[in-house]
Ligand binder design. Structure first.
Ligand SMILES: Cc1ncc(C[n+]2csc(CCOP(=O)(O)OP(=O)(O)O)c2C)c(N)n1
Ligand code: SF4
Ligand SMILES: [Mg+2]
Length: 351
């Protein structure tokens, strides 16, 4: 079941974009995530964003870490370059790939466990160095793949499916990205595609390090008393010949919000997600105002979504390092290995 390829049928009437591709050309394998998982909605938004941006799939490199979220690059952009790295190590592998080939568009896909725990240092340095990439964290507040432990982004006071209260302070990756110098920072919600697609398009088109935190509910761990799909309920009502785990499929959560509107969205586990979309007069060009705004609304129990900060003139690591403007694989042996004299001159310049 792990790898299901989609049939390569192409209906002649399917709409094509400016570079001649249909939406299907931006899809990947069939997802094996739980039905209703927010991560699948994010994959759909990435597909839509790339199709709408008229990007040729071979121009994209998608990299990820480990987790349900990090599995998702298998489910979109099947014709792009891809590298599923080690837990928390996507940013450094992506940085290396980016330095070797600046001609590709880099998409870093990660989870809240992947980026806010084991990969926190990697996340921080990719942001502060201005690695040109669209860094997307699919944030569900748990380690979904390893069965729902609290992640570092879980809010203080929030309850696990077993009713355990989280006593730790949360890591807010958006606040960190702003503080660390990311030049495009947004927060989305997997169920709000109308907002997420443009956010992703902006991030892919951005000239520096772009970060989007996407709240993405995990439907597998709402195993609360009262559910007719809970382990207890199924065990009590089932005469089984073998022991199996049952994970209920749910409908995806979807919202449609006006700018400036505050909306309470009840999640699958019964908790409320309070979303505020930004006011039309919000200035996304002021990094410090963005930080204060986020903090203020977090205190009020709200999750602010939208484009929070952008420096439209941002430059990237290549500019800082003054690298050559061609990818390494386009250089000849003479340029890659210019000889002992060139090395001597370089060494002398560093003494
Ligand atoms: C070095 C290492 N440590 C721990 C693990 C176990 N592990 C796999 S996925 C994961 C957490 C995934 O959580 P997250 O990044 O939030 O992704 P999600 O599954 O929630 O989408 C952990 C701890 C691992 N694979 N490798
Ligand atoms: S366990 Fe949670 S995060 Fe993983 S696929 Fe299922 S719903 Fe999604
Ligand atoms: Mg997670």
């Amino acid at each position: 079941m792990t790898y299901l390829a989609k049939p390569k049928l192409r209906h002649p009437t399917l709409a094509t974009n400016k570079v001649g591709y249909t939406r299907r050309d931006y899809e990947g394998k069939i997802s094996t995530l739980c039905a209703g998982c927010g991560h699948d909605s994010i994959s759909a938004s990435i597909i839509e964003a790339c199709w709408e941006l008229d990007i040729e799939p071979h121009r994209v490199a998608k990299l990820s870490g480990i987790g349900c979220s990090s599995k998702t690059p298998d489910y979109f952009l099947g014709a792009s370059h891809g590298f599923n790295t080690v837990h928390g190590r996507m940013p450094s592998v992506l940085t290396g790939a980016n330095l070797a080939n600046r001609d590709l568009l880099y998409l870093g896909v990660s989870g809240d466990g992947d980026s806010a725990s084991i990969g926190l240092g990697q996340f921080a340095h990719a942001m502060r160095r201005g690695v040109r990439m669209a860094y997307i964290v699919e944030n569900n507040g748990v380690y979904g793949l390893t069965k729902g432990q609290f992640s570092a982004t879980a809010d203080q006071g929030s309850k696990s499916k077993k009713g355990v209260v989280n006593t730790d302070s949360p890591v807010d990756l958006v606040a960190m990205a702003l503080q660390l110098g990311a030049s495009y920072v947004g927060r989305g919600f997997s169920g709000n595609k109308a907002q997420l697609v443009p956010l992703i398009k902006g991030a892919i088109s951005h000239g520096g390090s772009a970060f989007i935190d996407v709240i993405s509910p995990c439907v597998a761990f709402n195993n609360h008393p009262g559910s007719t799909k809970s382990y207890d309920y199924i065990r009590e009502h089932n005469e089984a010949v073998s022991r199996i785990d049952f994970i209920s499929g749910r409908e995806e959560i979807a919202v449609d919000m006006e700018p400036g509107e505050v909306m309470d969205v009840r999640q699958h586990d019964g908790t409320l997600l309070r979303l505020r979309s930004l006011h039309p007069d919000y200035d996304p060009g002021d990094r410090f105002a963005a930080m204060a705004y986020m903090q203020r609304h977090h205190e009020m129990g709200e999750v602010v979504t939208g484009l929070l900060y952008v420096d439209p003139l941002a430059t990237d690591l290549h500019t800082a390092l003054n690298t050559c403007d061609r990818p390494l694989n386009a250089l000849g042996p003479q340029q890659l290995c210019p000889g002992a004299q060139a090395l001597e001159r370089l060494n002398a310049s560093l003494r």
